[in-house]
Design a protein around this ligand. Structure first.
Ligand SMILES: [Zn+2]
Length: 305
């Protein structure tokens, strides 16, 4: 489509000539050079005003961020590399959530001291942890450890493959995944005295849950093991993008997973939640408390449905 602008000098619409100019700006006392499009009239050569090009402030700021080897989109990527929400990321650094939102939306240019911190933590988890430790007192112990655990979430390959095995041909919601994994690990512990994943489970409102469940699912999506899809009722289901590696499991472990999958298959979140609320290990623990694997002796797949 041809671009048409109005020339007030010639008093008519013209097809403008476009030139790219390098313009210099001073931002925070630093000079940045920005390439900008300038339109001129082909007849009188006057400069024409184009209201669609009013993005220049964004370009100028982004150019400024390049001095720090950053960009507006990079600011968001840095936060996401730590699996943290805007709120928790802000708290970790002792910033306000509003600040993070403004920066990530390119609503304002970060101050230099903020950019220096972004730069420090962008490739260095230890730098991030150092700042987190400095803020430990103001965060309080509970929040400090919550953030610390999320940032240090790393999954072993066998645990990742339990997710892939559970979800193959059987896309599930977050709650359904929790119930399947919890059942697999407690059934495995009951029969062989060890769980299959590396998870520990705690007492959650809707039944036993593993630690940092949201961070872990986010991590699996970000690392392209899982993707999120919507079902007909617009619920979010998790779907694997790769096949599980069966060589990681013993024959007994496959049998346990199949047994659990068969028993829990087709049951909705409500039914699974009600069932898990009858598990003695859940009943006898308080909110957030760890459910010891010694409760596995009381775990029974065939009861309480
Ligand atoms: Zn003209």
């Amino acid at each position: 489509m041809k671009k048409i602008l109005y020339c007030f000098n010639c008093n008519k619409d013209v097809e403008p000539v476009c030139n790219v100019q390098k313009n210099k700006y001073i931002v925070h006392k630093k000079e940045v050079q920005v390439k900008e499009k300038v339109f001129t009239c082909p007849l009188c050569h006057n400069e024409l005003f184009d209201e669609n090009l009013n993005t220049s402030l964004y370009d100028i700021y982004n150019e400024y961020l390049k001095i720090y080897d950053l960009s507006f989109s990079k600011l968001k990527e840095i936060r996401e590399s730590y699996n943290l929400s805007q709120e928790l990321f802000a708290k970790s650094l002792g910033w306000s959530k509003r600040t993070i939102i403004r920066y990530e939306n390119a609503d304002s240019l970060p101050q230099n001291q903020y950019l220096q911190i972004y730069n420090k933590i962008k490739n260095s988890k230890s730098e991030f942890i150092n700042i987190l430790k400095e803020n430990r007192k103001s965060l309080g112990e509970e929040l400090y450890f919550k953030i610390f655990n999320i940032v240090n979430t790393e999954l072993d390959i066998k645990t990742i493959n339990v997710f892939l095995y559970v979800l193959k041909d059987n896309f599930l919601t977050k709650t359904q995944i929790m119930k399947n994994l919890f059942s697999i690990d407690f059934q495995s512990f009951k029969e062989y005295s060890k769980p299959i994943t590396s998870f520990k489970y705690a007492h959650g409102t809707y039944g036993p849950i593993f630690d940092n469940k949201d961070a872990i699912l986010n991590l699996l999506v970000k690392q392209n093991y899982l993707e999120m899809v919507n079902d007909e009722e617009d619920k979010i289901l998790f779907k694997p993008t790769v096949e599980p590696d069966l060589f990681l499991f013993s024959k007994q472990e496959i049998e346990i997973m199949d047994k659990v999958l068969l028993k829990l298959k087709g049951k909705n979140a409500k039914k699974l939640t009600d069932w898990s609320h009858k598990f003695i290990g859940w009943i006898e623990t308080n909110d957030g408390e760890l459910i010891n694997y010694s409760y596995a002796k009381d775990f029974d797949l065939s009861k309480n449905w």
